[in-house]
Design a binder for this molecule. Structure first.
Ligand SMILES: [Fe+2]
Length: 122
């Protein structure tokens, strides 16, 4: 992504990176998909990058309000969860959720997501 590191944001390497390319085409396409789906969550909620551990594939899901990812399936392991409640972004971005989603990737901890992925798919 080439942007200044702000506590995270280094793109994933290894098996998670390969799986992202395999499932979504590229990291940029995954980010575009999560930003698009996160932008249209009505009211409050979450957008997730999840591992479907039954099929060993990555999926994007959304949940409403405080609903955890498991409500979309007991086979889903959360790798990244982005809070799209207004309280998550209002101080910096007012009501412009898409700007928050565009910038959240600068602080995403891909190393942690990779570690979670590799625990499930060694
Ligand atoms: Fe929150």
């Amino acid at each position: 992504m080439g942007e200044k590191e702000e506590g995270g944001g280094q793109p994933p390497h290894g098996s998670l990176s390969w799986s992202i390319d395999n499932s979504f085409g590229s990291l940029e396409k995954l980010i575009a998909k999560m930003n698009a789906e996160g932008a249209v969550v009505q009211g409050s909620g979450w957008v997730w990058l999840a591992l479907d551990k039954d099929f060993k594939r990555l999926v994007v899901e959304t949940t409403s309000n405080q609903d955890p990812l498991v409500t979309k399936g007991p086979n889903l392991v959360p790798l990244i969860g982005i809070d799209v409640w207004e309280h998550a972004y209002y101080l910096q971005y007012k009501n412009v959720r898409p700007d928050y989603l565009k910038n959240i990737w600068k602080v995403i901890n891909w190393k942690y997501a990779s570690d979670l992925y590799e625990m499930e798919c060694p």
